[in-house]
Design a protein around this ligand. Structure first.
Ligand code: ADP
Length: 163
């Protein structure tokens, strides 16, 4: 059985992430979306539990996709799934440099781990979680950037942060 791991911070999940997850689910038998979190990282907008819940709802229409959360190194996490491949989205040259470096680090820890890249859909090359957070913070409309069912939640969370 072929397994793909789609890692990320998903703070919050965007339609760009979802596009990569959907396309990956057509290629692999099983997809594990892994929310990577690190206690030492600057404070995220959503807690891990909230992100788990939001990502689960966003991918619920894909039967071969499941969601997990992890604070260890991705290369260590992947060891438990034999033959699993990391799948990531590539938006631009800037993503490439970072991803190239990450791949070398992962290979050092886990030489059998392969990473594959899907090019971002043209509609979403500009889209990142930080763009969504920033737009919501300024009260801009985030329709078309995140799953519709999550819009209210994101807007409310940003409002709470402001008070
Ligand atoms: P972000 O950069 O949005 O904070 P994450 O760290 O959660 O994203 O990213 C997880 C993965 O999703 C990365 O491989 C990243 O390149 C990919 N990704 C993020 N946004 C997009 C997008 N708009 N299109 C394609 N891939 C994306």
């Amino acid at each position: 059985m072929s397994i793909a791991i789609c890692p990320g911070s998903f703070d919050p999940i965007t339609l760009g992430h979802l596009n990569i997850i959907r396309r990956t689910s057509k290629i692999f038998d099983e997809v594990i979306v892994c929310i990577m979190h690190n206690a030492s990282k600057t404070s995220p907008l959503f807690t891990v539990e909230e992100r788990l819940d939001m990502v689960r709802r966003a991918v619920s229409r894909y039967p071969n996709v499941r969601v997990d959360a992890q604070s260890c190194l991705l290369a260590e996490y992947a060891k438990q799934f034999e033959g699993a491949v990391i799948v990531k989205g590539l938006r631009a040259a800037s993503d490439f440099e970072y991803e190239f470096q990450m791949n070398l680090i992962n290979k050092n820890i886990n030489p059998n781990l392969e990473t594959m890249f899907l090019t971002a859909d043209g509609k979403y090359t500009f889209l990142s979680s930080s763009v969504v957070r920033e737009m919501a913070a300024y009260g801009a409309d985030i329709t078309g950037l995140v799953p519709n069912e999550l819009i209210k939640e994101i807007e409310n969370k940003v409002k709470q942060r402001r008070v």
